[in-house]
Design a protein around this ligand. Sequence first.
Ligand SMILES: NC(=O)C1=CN([C@@H]2O[C@H](COP(=O)(O)OP(=O)(O)OC[C@H]3O[C@@H](n4cnc5c(N)ncnc54)[C@H](OP(=O)(O)O)[C@@H]3O)[C@@H](O)[C@H]2O)C=CC1
Ligand SMILES: N[C@@H](CC=O)C(=O)O
Ligand code: NA
Length: 432
Amino acid sequence: MGVKLGILGLGTVGAGTVQLLQDATGRHPLLEELEIYRVGVRSLDKPRAVELPADIITTDLESIVNDPAVDIVVEVMGGLEPARSLILQALKNGKHVVTANKAAIARFGNEIFTTANEAGVYVMLEAAVGGGIPVIQPLKQSLSVNRIHTVTGIVNGTTNYILTRMQQEGSNFEDVLADAQKLGYAEADPTADVDGLDAGDKIAILASLAFGGRIHLQDVYCEGIRQVSKTDIAYAEKLGFVIKLLAIAKLHGQDTSKLSVRVHPTLLPKAHPLASINGVYNAILVEGEPIGQVMFFGPGAGAGATASAVSSDILNLTATLKTKTASETKPNPLLACRHQDYCQIAPISELVTRFYTRFLTKDQSGVIGKLGTCFGNYGVSLESVVQTGFQGDLAEIVVVTHDVKEGDFRQALTEIHNLEAIDSIPSLLRVL
Ligand SMILES: NC(=O)C1=CN([C@@H]2O[C@H](COP(=O)(O)OP(=O)(O)OC[C@H]3O[C@@H](n4cnc5c(N)ncnc54)[C@H](OP(=O)(O)O)[C@@H]3O)[C@@H](O)[C@H]2O)C=CC1
Ligand SMILES: N[C@@H](CC=O)C(=O)O
Ligand code: NA
């Protein structure tokens, strides 16, 4: 008997998935077992990228998750509600769920996975992080015997696409964002991409898998790319760096009971493995013991790539359904969520990192000395100080520090702000 799919959403990812499932030749033979049984949308009048019988498309999404014939619900509609309620209802009805919705999982993962465990069904989310890149399954299965200490990723395709074009073509932020939206990379509301929140959702999910605990999303520090200017990209280039929006989850120094989980634009040395990841591509570098370093690379957004991840989850569940025996009641621990407790996250003020800062100062003698004194008062040691140019009649000074505790660095900056010679501090970026 075929496995019946109820698909919620027929936009970029939904249509991409239908297209892939309708074109099964040369792919895994289990795809032949699948039936696109019902599809839920918001509007019946929209032109669609795929052809489906009109009678399987509905705007009544609840009827899909409550339909006893549906085996797997594929949630590719996005947003928080009604996605959350529909996922929970599907699980309570004993249906497995595949979702690409990192926003819902990062916020409601606790109740979603608890409900799934109680119902003895699975929630699969390969598409939710890194688009088409297999990274969820590898963390849950292939790498699960490792003690992981750091996960560093470029996990938002839209912002990587924008930063790459700003860097390579000197393009303007707004124009490139419009292109990312046309290409189907950006979220319905692109502020989630641009302000680092989408990457925040994704690193919360990766941290949970890598470090074996749930994550309170409000503990994840998020900064987006709005403040990254062409000037900073050019300075970074001269200093031997590229600027990337990094999502980082790592053990907090020697204190293995705490994590640091954060998203921010970062100056990355050009030789770093993530520095050459450009355009819509994503990459996730996982470091642990005994594996050392392993990096996952591929397209992080877009219809086909994301459909590949969604369909692989559907296939995994299909195999589970096909091989399940009547006496089998225990969940597969490599597919189910096993986390109960929350990880402790250190505040950003405790982070130890290097900083890049650009100052605009009055063109007076002794300004660099005053900066050095203020930094010295808070134990901030400087790796380089460069005064290359002027903006109008203001001198531009760029400073890169050695490792310093963020709280101490911020205190020094407050003192510097009050110096008569300082006009403004247009940029402050962390350096890996
Ligand atoms: N785009 C990408 O590259 C990636 C997206 N994702 C995630 O996949 C999910 C879907 O994204 P994407 O395909 O880009 O989104 P789209 O906006 O392109 O598609 C959303 C689809 O869901 C339907 N929908 C949304 N809300 C409702 C509702 N309240 N009732 C009925 N139908 C609804 C829409 O219907 P209608 O068409 O009628 O408006 C549309 O078909 C999101 O969670 C996103 O974060 C994950 C990885 C990559
Ligand atoms: N908007 C997201 C889509 C994939 O998750 C991105 O740009 O990465
Ligand atoms: Na993925």
